[in-house]
Design a protein around this ligand. Structure first.
Ligand SMILES: [Zn+2]
Length: 185
């Protein structure tokens, strides 16, 4: 699909060589259309060997149990997004420990999904009755009889059988790096 108008200034776009690759770029400002991307975030909240799951009430994936999550916002740190999504979808308060999995899905809208391991802080699972219609903490045995989405099954395995702590949030970097969310081995 060709991009005809600049999403930054509304100016006309042209195809031109940008560092050796033909790309759609604005004739009026410095905007370059690099591609179509989206970033999802997901939460793995474990309490007593049970994982927090919600049942999707909307497409895509209506009727499937998944871990809570959503898409990132333009100016919101992803750590805040996932805390907010967990609270909104399930009523659970949780805080980020680190990043334990990543899924890459190159397609017409190239999606990257970042999975956070989170510590349970408080609250009991209550669905928002909009995006999800059920929420709870479940054991692997209970999940075996539930309609759990395949990717969620993979993430639950990471949560319960992960072999490393993943990338930990770095709250005190060795050099000041303002405005970044930092996660490191
Ligand atoms: Zn422009």
């Amino acid at each position: 699909m060709e991009v005809n108008y600049c999403s930054s200034c509304g100016g006309e776009m042209e195809t031109r060589d940008v560092d050796g690759t033909p790309r759609r770029a604005c004739t009026q400002c410095s905007f370059v259309h690099w591609g179509n991307y989206s970033i999802g975030v997901g939460a793995l909240v474990v309490r007593e060997d049970k994982v927090l799951l919600v049942r999707r009430a909307q497409e895509p994936g209506k009727g499937y149990w998944t871990n809570p999550g959503g898409y990132i916002e333009q100016l919101e740190p992803i750590e805040e997004t996932i805390v907010r999504e967990v609270a909104e979808e399930s009523g659970i308060e949780a805080k980020v420990k680190g990043i334990v999995a990543l899924r890459d899905q190159p397609r017409s809208v190239h999606n990257v999904y970042v999975a956070f391991e989170m510590d349970y802080v408080g609250g009991e699972p209550v669905p928002d009755d909009n995006e999800v219609d059920a929420a709870g903490f479940y054991t692997l045995e209970e999940m075996a009889a539930m309609n759990v989405a395949p990717f969620t099954t993979w993430l639950v395995d990471v949560a319960l059988r992960g072999k490393s702590a993943g990338l930990a949030a770095d709250r005190d970097p060795v050099v000041p790096l303002n405005g970044y969310g930092l996660f490191r081995a």
